[in-house]
Design a protein around this ligand. Structure first.
Ligand SMILES: C[S@@+](CC[C@H](N)C(=O)[O-])C[C@H]1O[C@@H](n2cnc3c(N)ncnc32)[C@H](O)[C@@H]1O
Length: 265
């Protein structure tokens, strides 16, 4: 069977995501758990769980957690981490975010973190999340977000739109399975249109080391050179968004995360 680009990229990179500092310990992990306020009798679902970091953080706080992902090798990493931590109330399911194999109204909490920018169809993902949530259930999203007027006040809309295209090119140069990081304002619109009521939203920044970030996706020298070229010569709007730094050849930049917590009426 042909594997999607996402599966090919993440199958090869699975081990790196189990130990990645940003994924295993990033600030948004604790914030997501705190803000969604999981309860001991809840059934939770973490969509595109990767190595399972959100599902494993939720597990001690809920009755049962389902960790779903498209890529079997990522689920295998989650199984290993669950074993290391002695977590037994977790179920691993291979499933696409856009067509969740669960009955309507079967979860109290649906989360997804640092993954929807890979999805082919984020509208279908949110529609599915709403479908599988019980009335009163909580939706918790964390994702890298693209530039918008809130992040770049004073910059013309056309320049922000061009910076978004440049940013997507930068991400795709490192990982062709990157699709699009929606700006937070677009997420809020989509989530509201999907019938959820937004209870909380916030932004976080994460300072990224270019080499570590690129190596996680098994960068070669050509890829690294291409990424460095983009960081060295950004448009003013992209520079305001990515805030590139170059310390004697050691390059870094800033990524922006959005967090949204919403409820199903
Ligand atoms: C960066 S990793 C996930 C990080 C993880 N949620 C965390 O908090 O550490 C992205 C994951 O999204 C999964 N993925 C990408 N597109 C998907 C889709 N359409 N449906 C389900 N999983 C998907 C990939 O297989 C990969 O495991």
């Amino acid at each position: 069977m042909t594997r999607s680009l996402v599966e090919q990229k993440f199958a090869a990179a699975a081990k790196g995501y189990a130990t990645s500092e940003v994924h295993a310990r990033g600030e948004s992990l604790g914030r997501l758990v705190e803000l969604t306020a999981p309860r001991p009798d809840w059934r939770a679902l973490d969509v595109a769980t990767g190595a399972g970091h959100v599902a494993l953080a939720l597990a001690p706080k809920v009755a049962h957690v389902v960790a779903a992902d498209l890529t079997q090798e990522m689920l295998d990493e989650a199984v290993l981490l669950a074993g290391e931590r002695g977590i037994t109330n977790i179920e691993l399911v291979r499933a696409p975010a856009e067509a969740l194999p669960f009955p309507d109204a079967s979860f109290d909490l649906v989360t997804s973190r640092i993954a929807p920018h890979h999805f082919n169809d984020v509208e279908a993902f949110v529609r599915e999340a709403v479908r599988v949530l019980k009335p009163g259930g909580t939706f918790g999203l964390v994702d890298n977000v693209g530039p918008d007027i809130e992040l770049l006040p004073g910059i013309a809309a056309a320049e922000i739109a061009a910076a978004e295209v440049e940013y997507t090119t930068f991400e795709k140069a490192r990982d062709p399975s990157h699709n699009r990081a929606l700006p937070l304002l677009e997420w809020l619109d989509l989530i509201t249109r999907s019938g959820l009521v937004v209870r909380h939203r916030e932004r976080l920044v994460k300072v990224i080391d270019l080499d570590t970030w690129a190596q996680r996706m098994r960068a070669d020298r050509t890829m690294l050179a291409r990424l460095a070229r983009i960081l060295d010569d950004p448009s003013p709007a992209l520079a305001a968004f990515l805030r590139p730094v170059n310390d004697a050849g050691k390059r870094g930049f800033t990524l922006h995360e959005g967090i949204v917590v919403a409820v199903k009426p």
